[in-house]
Design a binder for this molecule. Sequence first.
Ligand SMILES: NC(=O)c1ccc[n+]([C@@H]2O[C@H](COP(=O)([O-])OP(=O)(O)OC[C@H]3O[C@@H](n4cnc5c(N)ncnc54)[C@H](O)[C@@H]3O)[C@@H](O)[C@H]2O)c1
Ligand SMILES: O=P(O)(O)OC[C@H]1O[C@H](O[C@H]2[C@H](O)[C@@H](O)[C@@H](O)O[C@@H]2CO)[C@H](O)[C@@H](O)[C@@H]1O
Ligand SMILES: [Mn+2]
Length: 441
Amino acid sequence: MKKNKFVVVGAGSSYTPAIVAVLLSRKDDLKLSEVVLYDIDAARVARTGQFCELYAREHAQDVPVSYTTDIETAFRGADFLFVQIRPGCNQQREKDEKIPLSHGILGQETCGLGGFSFALRCIPAILDIVGKAQEICPNAWILNYSNPEAMISEAIYRTYPNAKALCICDMPISQEETIADFLGIPHKDLTFKYFGLNHFGWFTNIYDKDGNDLLPALRERVLSETVSLVNAEAEEKHDNYWGEMYQHVIEGFQAYPEFLPLVYISYYYFHNEIVSHMDPNYTRANYVLDVREKVVFDDCERCIAAGTTKDSSLHTGVHGNYIVDIANAIINNTHERFIINTMNHGAIGNFNHDAVVEVPCYVSAGGIEPVSVGYIPQFHKSLMEAQKGYEKLAVEAALTGSYQKALQAVLLNRTVPSYAVGKAVLDELMEANKDYWPELK
Ligand SMILES: NC(=O)c1ccc[n+]([C@@H]2O[C@H](COP(=O)([O-])OP(=O)(O)OC[C@H]3O[C@@H](n4cnc5c(N)ncnc54)[C@H](O)[C@@H]3O)[C@@H](O)[C@H]2O)c1
Ligand SMILES: O=P(O)(O)OC[C@H]1O[C@H](O[C@H]2[C@H](O)[C@@H](O)[C@@H](O)O[C@@H]2CO)[C@H](O)[C@@H](O)[C@@H]1O
Ligand SMILES: [Mn+2]
């Protein structure tokens, strides 16, 4: 029987223990032979690595788990690479968020110019990883979570069109589960139709088991009564950020009721209103460093010192389950449906065919089959066209080192009100990232 070696790339991440726990809990379905954790940061990967080694000893003794900073060792013989890197870690993310905010525009991990900055750090690193995978383990599937996924996917599919790479995001599935909870219907009994770009999309239909579309009734409720969407996972973690973002989903649906917007569309619909409530001195990166990383890493260190993971506060949620579900669909040829970033190639009939879009796809051993979502309305198409222009120019800037392309990308982003503001933010981000970005000339 063919067995599968999984490698987590960027394994010093606070998400790693949960991803490994899900892998080990499904080891038989996945025909799991081995898990290797790889990172460029020895101290980070030693912490998650020692925790995961201990966890495996207590939950799946037949699956060797190890960690390394040597890419050759990690990738040799690999069947699946789960890629989740953050060059510069959350310390650089903090700068991506604070610099634009200091100029009165959105500072966020993936949306607005924070996302541009992250893209310029991440694209070279990701292309290096995919290139090494082509040499060392050309048959491996690469499942990429690394952000900003919109631009990472454009860069990967453009540079390595034949790579076995899928670029995925847990936001649509998280929102689907939130809506399923609101409707009181199990998520597995609903089929969501969706189109867009990563972190920039809309749900068009929600079908139940009998083929009824529940979106029109949801729209009526949102327009006529006070409604709130609760993301159960965020609530459990006492993470208020998502509660506020889901309130904006309701407002966005009320403002433009044709389709249900994805959470992060709110940053574009309500840019000024949201920015006016953001604290420019304490951003999401500060929260992640102070809370999520601290909780997970303290727990890892406590378990390592105790020599057991028995009472660890490990939380396995949608993030770990989703990527493992997709790997499982490939391994077991299940033809299940997932929302994936893929070349359009006609899936959205009236949108650039040579551009990455985010659409539902059926996943099997042979790869993905995108669902045709037909023609989309002028409003959504035009928003997407500007955003796609921004994304493609940002990728172009990263690949060619062109300052002019970067400046063009910046002006196309909807969060940028003028040349002067865009240029000032670009120049400050460039200075703050001189150890990470390609040189722009
Ligand atoms: N697509 C999604 O739905 C989704 C959801 C959550 C997180 N993410 C993304 O996953 C990534 C990781 O997020 P996180 O919060 O866990 O970050 P993190 O900072 O906690 O961990 C990232 C790790 O990547 C490592 N790294 C950086 N460059 C590397 C390289 N070239 N090779 C190998 N390792 C490298 C770092 O040392 C670090 O340990 C980010 O890009 C984040 O935006 C995506
Ligand atoms: O700000 P962070 O680092 O906590 O997370 C940002 C990521 O958020 C998205 O995933 C969310 C999801 O949308 C939400 O519903 C909840 O379940 O938590 C997830 C993150 O844990 C998003 O998809 C990522 O791309 C972002 O990086
Ligand atoms: Mn995402």
